[in-house]
Ligand binder design. Structure first.
Ligand SMILES: [Zn+2]
Length: 405
């Protein structure tokens, strides 16, 4: 039915770039297969981004199940910077060479979406963020988009199928079609209120047939205290200045005592639009900016062959670890060998690294993910999301010079 590949296609090696298949054939034919260390790193980031969030590690771990390889990676959702290895693979090259295409594909797109959601979260403060991006990409990807958006800081997501993955309920308001078919916003809101369960917030879409101000008042008068909010999805051609429209709607609602009715905004918004609207908006629906977020161009490279540092031009050789200070949030990429040598008298696992100059403890960010094809257990989606939010908040507080825009 769909022009998409399946998990079994991946297992059968059909989703690799053919040059990896040929390389494996050539190396095996010449007995040249050797143990290597490979790392996944972003040399730079898209647009004006100075940091990114890592998403897709959980699926990468699933792909590695049963593959004779050791993988250490930053945990799902981790903040990372250009040049930092986010995952490290140790094993015989031909055992995992053909998976490189899938590894990168899993991480690059989801990390872009999660990063965009995190930037919008930083821009929106504590206002509501809803992921409405499913319709902008192939439908089989909807849960991927919603999950990355959710981990990045969207409270809400719109697709029902995503509920299974995220363990939370899908949310939404109403489409213009309901207003058109009901004949008026007031009729649509009355039907909505009669039909939908009590727990579903009543949000009127106020830009379908008439001016936002008059539609907002009509919906407020029809539903009274039962109206949770109104959504403005004003078409670009009619938009003018969205902030002025919001101010006008707020004024008219407040004047009539409807101070509790929240204003939601959607339609082509990204993180750059939010700060200006924040004084009036209670939340945002984000679509294209999430689903069509730029991919993070991660690359996977050999950094060691048979234990010896070796890599291509433009990359740093040798297996690495990334250390982050728990207090000042300073980060450093160090040779993994230096940690081993510094503590050579001690057996594995490696002891804690030396403290940061500020006195804080430093945590190694690449942690065991796969040991000889066996995944190490990962936390729940909600726990990952909370950890990501905490990590980003602490980092941005410690580094106010690092802007989210
Ligand atoms: Zn420190």
């Amino acid at each position: 039915m769909f022009h998409t590949a399946t998990e079994s296609d991946l297992r059968a090696g059909l989703l690799t770039d053919v040059y990896f298949r040929r390389t494996v054939e050539i190396l095996r034919a010449h007995g040249a297969d050797r143990p290597v260390v490979m790392e996944i790193t972003a040399g730079d980031l898209p647009k004006d981004w100075s940091w990114a969030c890592l998403c897709g590690i959980e699926e990468l771990a699933a792909v590695c199940h049963g593959v004779p390889v050791d993988v250490d990676a930053m945990p799902e959702g981790s903040l990372f910077f250009p040049g930092e290895p986010v995952a490290r693979f140790s094993g015989k090259y031909t055992d995992f060479a053909e998976l490189e295409t899938a590894f990168l594909g899993l991480l690059c797109q989801a990390s872009g979406i999660m990063t965009r959601a995190s930037r919008c979260r930083a821009a929106a403060g504590d206002r509501l963020l809803l992921s409405f991006g499913a319709r902008r990409m192939h439908p089989t990807l909807a849960p991927v988009i919603d999950r990355a958006a959710y981990l990045g800081g969207c409270e809400g997501f719109s697709v029902i199928k995503s509920e299974e993955l995220l363990g939370a309920s899908a949310s939404g308001t109403m489409p213009h079609a309901l207003v058109l078919l009901a004949g008026s916003l007031v009729q649509a809101m009355r039907w909505f209120d009669e039909t939908e369960p009590e727990g579903v917030p009543r949000v009127a879409l106020i830009d379908t047939l008439s001016d936002e101000k008059f539609e907002a008042l009509a919906a407020a008068e029809a539903l009274g205290d039962r109206l949770w909010g109104v959504r403005l999805d004003t078409p670009r051609s009619r938009r003018g200045d969205m902030l002025q429209i919001l101010k006008e709607v707020r004024w008219e609602l407040d004047l009539r005592g409807y101070r509790q009715i929240r204003l939601l905004v959607s339609g082509g918004l990204d993180e750059h639009d939010l700060p200006r609207l924040n004084p009036l908006a209670a939340g945002y629906g984000l679509g294209t900016s999430l689903a069509n977020a730029p991919t993070v161009n991660l690359g996977m490279d050999i950094v060691e062959i048979e234990g010896q540092p070796m890599t291509k031009r433009g990359k740093r050789s040798g297996a690495k670890q990334v250390l982050a200070c728990d207090q000042c949030q300073a980060r450093e990429t160090v040779p993994l060998g230096s940690l081993r040598i510094a503590h050579a008298s001690q057996p594995a696992p490696l002891p804690d690294p030396a403290p940061c100059p500020c006195g804080g403890a430093r945590t190694p960010l690449l942690r065991p993910l796969i040991r000889q094809g066996e995944p190490v257990p990962t936390p729940s989606t909600l726990a990952i999301r909370e950890r990501c939010q905490d990590q980003l908040t602490r980092y941005l507080q410690a580094h106010p010079e690092i802007a989210w825009w």
